[in-house]
Write a protein that binds this ligand. Structure first.
Ligand SMILES: [Zn+2]
Length: 404
């Protein structure tokens, strides 16, 4: 089962009853966290068993299903806490500050045509939340193959989970093999006897990281006398940075997946797990693996949603091996890969060919073949670049403009 959370903003402010519910819910979650810590349990069911009765007395009017879902949220808070403790990261007793509540799918009603949510507060008291529905949202609301999952309510927006069974992957008719680098995806696209180089560049990610890093440094210096402010400002910087990088990564992933879907390609990526740059602190940060891992996550997740097959392969030596004669070079230097046998190619694209050959030798990619000799050196297909990378999808409300 695949789940996708879709954010909806509300047409008006949250009704006051709903605000009270959010506060009640937070209280219940934090109480449940304490109970869980004392009793050393983290599962929802265990929490319900231990504490439901007392909670019913403390929150006599709260809708019972909301109460159970408070235990569920508390359970996930506790699990995260336990993981951090086990890792040895010292941390305080978890406390949920944010006003947030989660309702299971039986605990609310969404009219998919009008976009109105009916949320029960307590017996005899319901509130209606009117969602702002754009073209993007319509796609989810009108798709009858999607069922509704949980609802998350925040003070200014809600997140509706849409669920569907994973679609069957198609049988690939071509392969798109991608080597993931700090500023680009470089690869090779193979269909029949023809192989072309492929590029999707996203230099903005590194630029954004650098800019925010500098800004954080500056903030820390300026607010050195006030650690609390400094920490808060830095945290906000970090959230902004993540948002901006996420935005770019999603666009890159979309262009890759659109390309693959149209050509019914399988996608080959390198397995990034366990790869850690072991260099100086400065380099570590600059070469941070985070955006690359995130990009893979987005691609894999969206591919699953669309039924596009994705294969992950071990990248060992992929940037040092000659795909023609198989020689492994000692070091990888320069922009171009050159081998004694005469083969030469852009280093990144060469790596993607090696990834592809690994995938083929493992029997992935549905029996498709590839010979490096078929590679067309003079053609480069651009999947994404920062200049033309403007959104091709309608961004929701833009469709309304220009009606006057
Ligand atoms: Zn060679």
């Amino acid at each position: 089962m695949l789940v996708k959370g879709v954010v909806f903003y509300l047409e008006s402010d949250l009704p006051s009853e709903a605000k009270f519910l959010l506060e009640d819910f937070r209280l219940a979650v934090n109480n449940a966290v304490r109970v869980g810590l004392q009793a050393r349990v983290t599962s929802r069911n265990a929490l319900v068993r231990i504490a439901y009765k007392d909670f019913r007395e403390d929150h006599p009017k709260m809708y019972a299903k909301h109460l159970v879902s408070a235990f569920e949220v508390a359970g996930s808070v506790l699990k995260n806490h336990r993981r951090r403790v086990r890792k040895g990261v010292t941390c305080r007793i978890p406390y949920v500050k944010r006003l947030i509540m989660k309702a299971e799918n039986q605990a609310y009603k969404l009219d998919r045509r009008s976009g109105i949510i009916d949320l029960p507060i307590r017996a005899g008291c319901h509130v209606e939340l009117k969602l702002i529905v754009s073209q993007y949202h319509r796609k989810f609301l009108d798709d009858t193959t999607l069922s509704l999952g949980s609802l998350t309510v925040l003070h200014d927006r809600v997140i509706v989970a849409f669920r569907k069974d994973a679609p069957r992957q198609y049988t690939p008719e071509s392969v798109l093999s991608l080597d993931t680098n700090e500023r680009s995806l470089d690869g090779v696209f193979v269909v029949g006897d023809v192989a072309n180089a492929i590029k999707a560049e996203f230099p903005e990610v590194a630029i954004i990281q650098q800019r925010h890093h500098d800004r954080r440094k500056r903030l820390q210096k300026k607010k050195a006398h006030d650690r609390r402010t400094s920490r808060n400002l830095c945290r906000r910087e970090g959230a902004r940075e993540h948002h901006r990088i996420d935005y770019t990564l999603h666009r890159v992933a979309n262009s890759v997946l659109k390309f693959a879907e149209e050509r019914r390609s399988a996608i080959v990526l390198e397995e990034l797990k366990g790869m850690r740059p072991k260099r100086s602190k400065e380099l570590n940060r600059r070469l941070s693996m985070w955006p690359r891992r995130k990009l893979h996550q987005i691609i894999e997740y969206k591919a699953q949603w669309k039924g596009i097959p994705v294969f992950k392969v071990d990248p060992r030596n992929s940037s040092r091996t000659c795909p023609i004669c198989g020689r492994v070079q000692d070091s990888r230097m320069g922009i171009e890969f050159r081998c004694e046998c005469g083969w030469h190619l852009d280093r990144h694209i060469n790596a993607s060919i090696n990834l592809l050959q690994t995938a083929i030798s493992k029997g992935m990619a549905g029996g498709l073949r590839f010979s490096p000799g078929a590679f067309q050196h003079d053609v480069m297909m651009i999947l994404y670049d920062p200049v033309t990378g403007a959104r091709s999808e309608p961004n929701g409300t833009s469709g309304i403009c220009g009606v006057t």
